[in-house]
Design a protein around this ligand. Structure first.
Ligand code: IDC
Length: 459
């Protein structure tokens, strides 16, 4: 893997001009850093990751240009920008969701190229015509880390009307990532990975997917309970919310795990009651089971949590793999007409962008004015967790969720060998979770969406 950081001199001529003409009005500060990584190379072809950081004033609309030094080098296909090549110059223009870059903000792009002779690294990187000059300065340490983080700003959450509200009783949207099954991918949830999630991705939440079956909780209740608690602490230390997901999947009837759920939630709710960062998700994806059966399960598990942790938000899964019933030929009315008998609760909605499109979006649009919804899991790909990423459907979904202030967690913050994973396979065997070379196409898209400013209301 080859990696360079473009470091070029700037403003050499500005000094001369000032001397000749006297002081000039301050121009918009400009500058950028490019981190270019060849992530793989094969006979005649290569793939590269390009992380662009804006070091100047905020920009809305940008074009990155660079030069391919060898005449045999050609752009084949790029992502996360509109790519083109003219002569030896390659251009990448920001798209809808990453065209605004705040000062210090980054976006991850990438492309596949071909070459005939050698494959020298590109040169002369510019952003909006200004040479990319160099190193990103570390921001000064936050004087009060407690207040600037998502949990520091929002505090204890509660449901108000159909919204998730913060300590100022104002609606907020949390944007973050879900782990993969912690029985399989615990190596991905170390300090470095969670630092990257909090600081680099600016994630508001970590969903902790604790499978019950498939070598999960049922095989070692004490061990999994303690692993979940430790991830809650790791999220808390970084100011992120922790969504404790009792990841039932097969069998689909959550009542199969009712006793386990009561034991598990009694324990984690007692242990974490004083924390402000915990949200409970009591059944991942009920399937092959009626809403009445799910409601009955919820009305038995919720009191167990409330007895230990009275003020936490609790999320209830819905019929048809948490599709509000749509994947089972039903819809949200079965919940609207027969809601769970409890307060301070929300309902889960899940989607996989390549499989679930307009009719699912229409359901969410309708249901959002009647039910508090939380997208505790979604993928940019098909419901298998794999296959081609559907960028346009994902963008339509995320725009809708932003507009409705519906919180979300993306499946998965892991290096699983499937396209829903944010990192390339093998990433969690290393120490780099921040560079441009480690992200999958889905990871690059989600990081761009999640890392934009939250602007949580504080009064
Ligand atoms: C998938 C994982 C995959 C695993 C499978 C079975 O990505 O590696 O083999 O589960 O455990 C869901 C589920 C979630 C699925 C995901 C993708 O909540 O557990 O993960 N998905 O299939 N619902 C819809 C899709």
């Amino acid at each position: 893997m080859k990696r360079i950081v473009a470091l070029l001199a700037t403003c050499a001529t500005a000094v001369g001009l000032t001397t000749l003409l006297g002081p000039q009005p301050a121009a918009a500060a400009a500058g950028c850093e490019v981190d270019y990584t060849v992530t793989s190379q094969w006979q005649g072809g290569f793939q590269a990751g390009v992380k662009v950081t804006n070091l100047g004033d905020p920009v809305t609309g940008w074009t990155l240009k660079f030069s391919l030094p060898d005449s045999g080098q050609k752009l084949v296909q790029g992502w996360n920008a509109a790519w083109s090549q003219s002569g030896s110059t390659v251009s990448a223009a920001g798209t809808d969701w990453n065209r605004t870059l705040a000062t210090g903000a980054s976006t991850d792009l990438g492309f596949v190229g071909s070459f005939t002779g050698s494959n020298p690294k590109p040169s002369a990187f510019t952003l909006n015509g200004v040479a990319c000059t160099g190193s990103v300065e570390e921001p000064p340490p936050n004087p009060d880390p407690g207040t600037g983080t998502p949990v520091g700003v929002n505090g204890q959450l509660h449901v108000c009307g159909v919204n998730l509200c913060n300590q100022y009783n104002r609606p907020i949207q949390l944007r973050g990532m879900s782990t993969h099954g912690i029985q399989w991918f615990s190596k991905c949830y170390n300090n470095a990975a969670l630092d990257a999630l909090a600081k680099d991705w600016k994630s508001d939440l970590l969903r902790i997917a604790m499978y019950v079956q498939e070598n999960g909780y049922e095989t070692d209740p004490a061990g999994f309970t303690s692993r979940v608690n430790s991830l809650v602490d790791m999220a808390e230390a970084r100011g992120m919310y922790a969504l404790i997901d009792f990841h039932t999947l097969t069998p689909g009837d959550p009542n199969y795990n009712l006793d386990r759920a009561k034991t598990f939630f009694a324990s984690v709710a007692a242990r974490n009651a004083a924390k402000k960062n915990v949200v409970y998700e009591i059944a991942n994806e009920p399937n092959g089971v009626s809403w009445t059966a799910i409601k009955s399960y919820a009305e038995q598990v919720i009191p167990v949590i409330r007895a230990a942790d009275p003020d936490a938000v609790i999320i209830v899964g819905t019929r048809g793999w948490s599709s509000l019933g749509v994947s089972d030929g039903s819809n949200e009315t079965e919940v609207v007409n027969n809601p769970v008998n409890a307060t301070n609760i929300m309902y889960a909605f899940h989607f996989y962008a390549a499989s679930h499109k307009d009719n699912y979006r229409a359901t969410v649009s309708r249901a959002a004015s009647k039910l508090p919804l939380f997208v505790t899991e979604f993928g940019t790909v098909s419901a298998t967790g794999d296959g081609t990423m559907d960028r346009s459907s994902t963008t339509a979904w995320l725009d809708l969720l932003d507009q409705l202030k519906i919180s979300y967690a993306n499946w998965t913050y892991s290096d699983a060998n499937e396209s829903s994973a944010a990192f390339k396979p093998g990433t969690c065997d290393g120490t780099d979770y921040s560079g441009s070379g480690v992200l999958s196409e889905s990871g690059a898209l989600l990081k761009s969406r999640i890392s934009t400013a939250d602007s949580f209301p504080t009064s």
